[in-house]
Design a protein around this ligand. Structure first.
Ligand SMILES: Nc1nc2c(ncn2[C@@H]2O[C@H](COP(=O)(O)OP(=O)(O)O)[C@@H](O)[C@H]2O)c(=O)[nH]1
Ligand SMILES: [Mg+2]
Length: 201
């Protein structure tokens, strides 16, 4: 796979375009929907659904009976990063503890962006854990809100227990260019990882 030139401006998709599935994960309200919307070349699809009776038993079983409704939203978008690379973006549905219900959610995903709101670091712990568990390579994007304090990246790396080789970048999920930069960082990271893997063979 050659992703050379992946950071050139997007060009129309052609026959030899490689399609890559990318997950956009992170805690509730960290900006997943916002990022998919800001960056997508197509009008993104968002489904907001209320889990009804069908899932009530499941909810009950795993001890969340007090919650009578669970909103599930799934964001989908796509962006052509250049003439040979098309990213299909899948925002992960709400509560990470239900991810196992989404059969094949991570199947074929080449990588993920985990969005973090530095005002509420803990809300993204679970998403990071799940990426590690599912073995999906990821980068961390700190979505900057107006009242976010600026933390040294290394402090955040420590707090989230992120390995040194995993990129952590700041972004504004509302801004197309900024969101696109995050995706470029992810693709670079994936490329580096595969280069390292090749060398160590
Ligand atoms: N100021 C600011 N607000 C944001 C940003 N990203 C998202 N928001 C707002 O934060 C709220 C939650 O974002 P959303 O994308 O729905 O989060 P999700 O639950 O991860 O999908 C929305 O009201 C957004 O408008 C950002 O980068 N800056
Ligand atoms: Mg959302």
């Amino acid at each position: 796979m050659d992703l050379k030139g992946f950071d050139r401006p997007g060009a129309p998709a052609s026959g030899d375009t490689r399609s890559v599935k990318v997950m956009i994960a992170g805690g509730f309200g960290t900006g997943k929907t916002t990022l998919v919307r800001s960056v997508s070349d197509i009008k993104p699809l968002t489904t907001e659904e209320t889990l009804t009776q069908a899932s009530a038993d499941v909810d009950h079983l795993i001890g969340v009976a007090e919650k009578t409704e669970t909103t599930v939203s799934l964001d989908f978008g796509k962006i052509s990063l250049n003439d040979s690379l098309m990213l299909y973006l899948f925002g992960t549905p709400g509560q990470e503890r239900f991810w196992f219900l989404w059969n094949g959610l991570f199947k074929g995903a080449l990588g993920a962006v985990v969005l973090v709101d530095t005002r509420r670091l803990a809300s993204s712990f679970r998403a990071i854990e799940e990426m590690e568990r599912q073995d999906v390579p990821f980068v961390v994007a700190l979505n900057v809100f107006p009242d976010s304090r600026e933390f040294p990246v290394e402090e955040i790396r420590d707090a989230l227990d992120i390995s040194p080789h995993i990129p952590i970048v700041a972004c504004d999920a509302r801004d197309r260019a900024s969101s696109r930069d995050v995706l470029v960082t992810l693709i670079r990271h994936l490329k580096e990882r595969s280069a390292v893997a090749r060398e160590s063979r």
